[in-house]
Design a protein around this ligand. Structure first.
Ligand code: FAD
Length: 455
């Protein structure tokens, strides 16, 4: 490959997205520095039992803990689907590894370290170095100000041709609005600060949400709590049942009010005296270091305007984002996006004009609006019908589209089928899908494919 242009590129973050971006950018011929504020690679997958002192993480000046993992977390995707295309997530026989198909978080962390070593990514990383400001310097270049986490201070500024933002989006909690909660005397926590069930022993807990984390955490807490009430917008007002298989988990609609006497009211006149509200309500995109003079904004969790979730049209390809979409298989998608960014920066792949990219983004946003889809679903690539109708690419169509731009292979058919099989299995067996499945034929196919990649 002979790149047309070599750029100096700053990558922010050495989680999975930053590792992949660094690898593909360098492979394309660019000079790369990856800034990472932690001391290790892995981002989200660096488990810590440390939580934030502000249990809702609302204080902008709080000491931030990056990871939101809880101790018992196992992946919600099988390792074959979850792993990188170029570096399959197969069981390693060295050391003490977790060989399960849906392994614990420690195995993913080790896998990301292996990826870093395999492709020599470590030599591009500046650890313990936080990016505190990114802005344009008036000559079409980017300035990146960073500082050593331990020493703090003003830091130093360096100039780059391009910046790739890979800072993750599972650190800044979204909180549910509950009328009256300011006067309610109980404790509120966001799942960002949930680690183990013990603090919930004998408590009455209202858990808000229906995401993968909400499903896991509600079951885990129920093993010690007195009662767990799962409040969710997707539960009908008439619902009063306990969850099948549990006598202390109730499915509730979203709560109505919280009161000074410690009770919480639900539609239907149900009132519960509760000790803890646990918000499993997701996260906000947050780029505290990024100053684009208002060109890129976060509005109701839409990062925009962006062409295909990656490039702000008027700053492309010099500013880009890896990993914004959610309800996706993240690691392989990072590979597609990173190849695209690397190739556009070198001039090997062309982008439409800024005007055309802007029109594309605007058309996408107005199709969401006319289908009644809130802005905060902009980066959701789940296959729900409304989003499909709004013209949003679903994840595999999106990945295939990028692969066409890059001239690289598309998502493997077995991966698509296994993803669907896992989603169905998870719905059918939310407690046991990680240990019981019926897609061994696809596992066989995946390993045949891996055999071609692993020497
Ligand atoms: P992160 O992993 O968050 O990495 C971002 C990095 O940027 C961090 O290392 C951070 O320290 C660094 N950083 C941030 N700001 C700065 C700064 N200013 N300066 C320098 N460095 C900075 N995905 C799956 O595929 N399977 C799963 O089963 C799964 N389960 C999940 C469970 C939970 C509870 C959560 C929260 C996420 C889960 N995910 C899962 C999604 C997961 O986030 C992705 O797999 C992936 O790790 C995201 O990688 P990232 O690089 O985008 O972000």
């Amino acid at each position: 490959m002979s790149p047309v242009t070599t750029c100096d590129v700053a990558v922010i973050g050495a989680g999975a997205a930053g590792l992949v971006a660094g690898h593909h950018l360098r492979r394309e011929g660019h000079k790369v520095i990856i800034f990472e504020k932690q001391s290790q690679v892995g981002g989200t997958w660096i488990y810590t039992n440390k939580t934030e002192p502000d249990s809702l993480s609302l204080d902008p000046n709080r000491p931030v803990t990056h990871s939101s993992l809880y101790l018992s977390l196992r992946t919600n995707l099988p390792r074959e689907v979850m792993g990188f295309k170029e570096y399959p997530f197969v069981v390693k026989k060295t050391g003490q590894r977790d060989e399960r198909r849906f392994p614990g978080h420690g195995e993913v962390f080790e896998y990301l370290q292996d990826y870093g070593s395999e492709f020599g990514v470590y030599e591009m990383i500046r650890f313990d170095t936080e990016v505190i400001r990114v802005w344009r310097d008036g000559n079409g270049k980017w300035k990146v100000r960073s500082r050593k986490v331990k020493s703090g201070g003003e830091g130093v500024s360096e100039v780059f041709d391009a910046v790739v933002v890979c800072n993750g989006h599972y650190t800044e909690p979204r909180i549910a609005y509950i009328p009256g909660v300011d006067r309610w005397p109980g404790k509120q926590i966001h799942s960002h600060n949930y680690r183990v069930p013990e603090p919930y022993r004998n408590k009455v807990v209202i858990l808000i949400g229906s995401s993968a984390s909400a499903v896991d955490i509600s079951r885990e807490i129920a093993s010690v709590a007195k009662e767990v009430h799962i409040a969710s917008r997707s539960t009908s007002n008439e619902e009063t049942a306990t969850l099948p298989g549990y006598d202390n988990i109730w499915l509730r609609p979203m709560m109505e009010n919280a009161y000074e006497d410690g009770t919480i009211s639900f539609p239907n006149g149900v009132k519960i005296s509760a000790d803890i509200i646990l918000h499993c309500t997701g996260y906000k995109y947050h780029f505290p270091f990024l100053d684009t003079e208002g060109i890129v904004t976060v509005d109701d969790n839409r990062v925009g305007p962006l062409y295909k979730h990656v490039f702000p049209p008027s700053l492309a390809p010099w500013l880009s984002f890896v990993g914004l979409p959610w309800k996706v298989v993240p690691f392989p998608q990072f590979e597609f996006q990173s190849q695209w960014i690397a190739g556009t920066l070198s001039g090997r792949i062309s982008l439409p004009s800024p005007d055309e990219m802007t029109k594309d983004a605007e058309a996408f946003y107005s199709s969401l609006q006319s289908s009644g889809i809130p802005k905060r679903y902009t980066h959701n690539m789940d296959g729900i019908q409304a989003i499909y109708m709004a013209g949003l690419f679903l994840q595999f169509d999106y990945n295939d589209w990028i692969s066409t731009q890059c001239g690289s292979p598309k998502t493997e058919e077995w991966r698509k089928k296994m993803y669907s099989a896992t989603s169905l299995n998870r719905k059918a067996r939310p407690e046991t899908y990680r240990d019981e499945w019926e897609d061994d034929d696809l596992v066989f196919e995946a390993y045949q494919d891996f055999a071609k990649k692993i020497s």
